[in-house]
Design a protein around this ligand. Structure first.
Ligand code: NAD
Length: 478
């Protein structure tokens, strides 16, 4: 399918920006401009607010069963178009085609799950203290919502907000990723063709700060959800707090990986290689600080480094590509600076640490050993293909390091001891802990962080709660 320019989707219509402004889209595999995306003006945002208010009026009065049928149909259209949408995803964002296919499939699965769950927002009847009084806790949608989503998973980051919102009966404006807008547009086409009423879902792009400064305080917007960096998240949470809006924040991470000396090292490195270098490490739950018990440190490094060296780094559309480029030159320079800093402070470069080729934004899978807490990479989210490895002697020491940073999103551990597993499951300060396998991010499981990594959930039944109010009704029937 040919690459097409992306427009805004407002009130059920695809439209250019009112002032016809556009932004260029760059293919990160070769640095070439491949198209444009419309840049919303203030007038477009005002139109989007009018649309989302009207969408809420219609959708909140639509039965949960009707909503379910439309959302399931959109999921089925996504599956029908999997191949063409996956190619758009890879072209815009760079990840290997196999990963893009997984992302499209996971979006369809997420939509199915949220659609089903939307039929189960039961509320409850509460026994009263007087004969004749009936008491109910009813669930109702919070109102029009706004979701700000980043470029690393251009489609699934949207579905993790839009899916629960529309399943709960809310309408939503998505501020999508300007870097990778084509797959999001394809998702909205599926929703439109599935019959979602005008204004229920709206898609805008533009200057992120302009859009958030207008939409977050707007009195018509009742819920704000953001995925991105901690700094921006804190700013938007403050703005939302000032205007008393419900908020979900899915921010950065710096995931610890604890490998105990009784772990199955081969199984651990096989699983972790895929997870670390997936999407070139540009993942908020990417394994980052590898803490290895001293007895198995060398064995782990040897196995992990040899697997990292064997990865095929290439254009995501190329056969056999296992890792694509970074999203842009800014991210590549940031990753490079973190590695230079670590090496200048004594880290050993086991593999990688360099740019690949002279086209696009490729960077080699990188493993650093002998890292310490003075290094920037050990404190800032690298958001790139960097594994930082250090050894520890006992589990308490590993827990202190795992919990040292203000982040608390994903975390990983490998051990064959049930006692150690239990200590880690409860001792790591994180929203998610996965032990002896990579098991995070399924539609039916909670997805969210603690500490500076944010609050609220974007998976499981908790995700719907974020878009629901509880209304208490008491009725004396006598
Ligand atoms: P960035 O901080 O410029 O932007 C991050 C995201 O926030 C982007 O989607 C951007 O559009 C949005 N954003 C920025 N300012 C905003 C504002 N005022 N209002 C609303 N949205 C705003 O960083 P970047 O270079 O694009 O990405 C790198 C950093 O962002 C990473 O280091 C990582 O910490 C974070 N990030 C996290 C996730 C995640 O999944 N949690 C995803 C992408 C980026």
């Amino acid at each position: 399918m040919a690459y097409t320019d992306t427009r805004l989707f407002i009130g059920g219509e695809w439209c250019s920006a009112s002032d016809v402004r556009t932004l260029d889209i760059v293919n990160p595999s070769n640095g070439e401009v491949i198209g444009t995306v419309a840049h919303a003006s203030r007038a477009d945002l005002e139109k989007a607010v009018e649309a989302v208010v009207e969408g809420f009026r219609v959708w909140s009065a639509t039965s949960a069963f009707e909503r379910y049928k439309i959302i399931r149909k959109a999921a089925s259209l996504l599956r029908d178009r999997l191949e063409e949408i996956a190619r758009l995803l890879t072209t815009d964002e760079g990840k290997p085609l196999a990963e893009s296919r997984l992302e499209v499939n996971s979006c369809a699965d997420l939509l199915d799950w949220f659609a089903e769950e939307g039929r189960r927002t039961y509320g409850r009847a509460i026994p009263s203290r007087s004969i004749g009084v009936q008491q109910f806790a009813l669930k109702e949608p919070v109102g029009p919502a706004v979701g700000f989503t980043p470029w690393n998973f251009p489609m699934s980051q949207i579905v993790r907000k839009l899916g629960p919102a529309i399943s709960a009966g809310c309408s939503i404006i998505i501020k999508g990723p300007e870097e990778a807008p084509a797959a999001p547009a394809a998702l909205f086409r599926c929703l439109d063709e599935a019959g979602i009423p005008a204004g229920v879902v709206n898609l805008v792009f533009g200057t992120p700060s302009e859009i958030s400064e207008f939409l977050v305080p707007h009195p018509a917007i009742r819920k704000v959800s953001f995925t991105g960096s901690v700094g921006v998240g804190k700013h938007l949470a403050s703005l939302a707090g000032l205007h008393m809006k419900r908020v979900t924040m899915e921010l950065g991470g710096h995931a610890p990986v604890i490998i105990a000396d009784d772990a199955n090292i081969d199984a651990a490195t096989t699983a972790l290689i895929g997870s670390k270098f997936r999407n070139a490490g540009q993942v908020c739950i990417s394994p980052t600080r590898f803490l290895i018990q001293s007895k198995v440190h060398d064995q782990f490094v040897e196995s992990f480094v040899s697997k990292a060296k064997a990865l095929k780094v290439a254009d995501g559309l190329a056969d056999g590509s296992q890792m694509g480029p970074l999203i842009n030159e800014r991210r590549r320079a940031a990753v490079e600076a973190l590695i230079e800093d670590a090496v200048s402070k004594g880290a050993k470069l086991e593999t990688g640490g360099e740019r690949i080729g002279n086209q696009g934004f490729f960077f080699a899978p990188t493993v650093l050993t002998g890292v310490n807490t003075d290094m920037r990479a050990m404190n800032e989210e690298p958001f790139g293909p960097i594994a930082l490895v250090r050894s520890f002697s006992d589990i308490d020491e590993a827990l202190v390091e795992a919990n040292r940073l203000p982040f608390g999103l994903g975390s990983y551990a490998w051990t064959t001891s049930a006692t150690t597993a239990r200590r880690l499951a409860h001792g790591i300060q994180a929203g998610m802990v996965t032990i002896n396998h990579i098991g995070l991010g399924l539609p039916e499981t909670p997805y969210g962080g603690v500490k500076d990594s944010g609050y609220g959930y974007e998976g499981g039944s908790e995700a719907l709660d974020a878009y629901l109010n509880t209304r208490f009704v008491t009725h004396d029937t006598l």
